[in-house]
Ligand binder design. Structure first.
Ligand code: PYC
Length: 357
């Protein structure tokens, strides 16, 4: 078994995101998949014997309007019915958790409350990549870096290998997990996926003393922030409106995001930003992933996680590996078949995923 990587370990989206982990999705199918992941996160450091620095500091999704609060109540009710922790906080409850947030009625978008998932948090992204790689290596998986897939070998509707810049590799089962490039690989098989690839940006500030206790996300003002153990503010933006593959993103989006952050935390108005970067995310029409067989026998895709795939890493990997091993989709993966775009059985998670979409 081999993992084929065009670049280097952690050079793609795994280590380019803002590392938010939560499972507070609305619909049963998505909630089950992300909660499966959350449970795996909770034991991951022990399981991999590698400290992935999973920090369950809690995630706030702020509400700024009556409709935001109704949506939050609906989502938290659904979460609790699914056995997922969640609370609806009022303004005071939010302020108690985050004293620096502007919870006054003077704010342009006053904070009326939030959903609170205490088990949510962040993890150290590159440690996750390295921990999984070491674990896979110990199980005999070859990890081929700097190896680019240049073609898929298909005969009579069955995959039998991949072509790479270092030569051909035969394989009767091939799983494509190539966020940002899923459409490109699908093209090699003559398939067209319902995904669009967009740049998504993040940035980090100079280090500060501890000032943000949780992960704060606001769909409405369009920004999200947490603080790394080093003290940097880790800030995420929305996707660029255009499709593209440049791992950079455009300036107006960052400007908008920083306006949002300063709207929420006026005290950050003079904090200097240190670094900015972008990743490429594959978005789907219903803001849920595709974990699916294709019409080419033996060829599978795991893609379309939009802006929120990092949180799914352990669960997504588990259900995908199990599906490929058995050639039968894992029950948690089955609702995310590509077929849903024909049948109409969509899992519309725009509400839960919306910060960056
Ligand atoms: O938690 O879904 C999420 C998210 C969106 C953008 C960054 N994180």
């Amino acid at each position: 078994m081999a993992v084929i990587e065009k670049g280097w370990l952690g050079g793609g989206n795994t280590a380019r995101n803002t590392t938010i982990v939560r499972s507070n999705y609305l619909w049963d199918e998505a909630a089950a998949l992300f909660e499966h992941s959350m449970k795996l996160w909770e034991g991951l450091t022990q399981e991999l014997n590698y400290n992935v620095m999973f920090s369950q500091r809690g995630v706030l999704n702020l509400g700024h309007t009556l409709q935001d609060m109704r949506d939050i109540q609906r989502r938290v009710n659904a979460n609790r019915l699914n056995g997922i922790d969640g609370e609806v906080l009022d303004t005071r409850g939010v302020q108690d958790l985050e004293p620096l947030l502007d919870c006054s009625s003077r704010a342009r978008f006053p904070i009326m409350g939030a959903s609170w998932q205490a088990r949510g948090g962040v993890a150290r992204h590159d440690a996750v990549a390295w921990g999984f790689a070491r674990g896979a290596d110990a199980h005999g998986v070859d990890i081929l870096q700097q190896t680019e897939v240049t073609g898929l070998m298909i005969r009579d509707g069955q995959i039998y290998g991949v072509q790479t810049n270092h030569g051909d590799i035969e394989a009767k089962t091939v799983g494509c997990v190539v966020a940002g490039n899923s459409g490109v690989l699908a093209n090699m098989a003559g398939l067209k996926l319902p995904v669009e690839s967009h740049p998504l940006q993040a940035l980090v500030s100079e280090p500060l003393k501890p000032v943000v206790n949780t992960v704060v996300m606001s769909n409405h003002v369009h920004g999200y922030v947490s603080q790394s153990d080093k003290g940097d503010l880790v800030i995420g933006a929305g996707i660029d409106g255009y499709t593209g593959y440049g791992q950079r993103g455009s300036y107006p989006v960052i400007e908008h995001t920083l306006q949002a952050i300063v709207e929420m935390f006026p005290a950050f108005s003079r904090v200097r930003m240190n670094r900015q970067w972008g990743g490429i995310v594959d978005t789907t029409p219903d803001a849920s992933p595709i974990i699916s067989k294709t019409k080419v026998k033996g060829l599978y895709f795991n893609c379309g996680w939009g802006t929120g795939g990092f949180k799914a890493t352990p669960g997504s990997a588990h259900v995908f590996a199990a599906s490929l091993a058995k050639r039968e989709m894992h029950p948690l993966a089955a609702p995310f078949s590509i077929e849903r775009f024909h049948t109409g059985a969509l899992v519309d998670e725009h509400g839960a995923a919306a910060v960056a979409h």
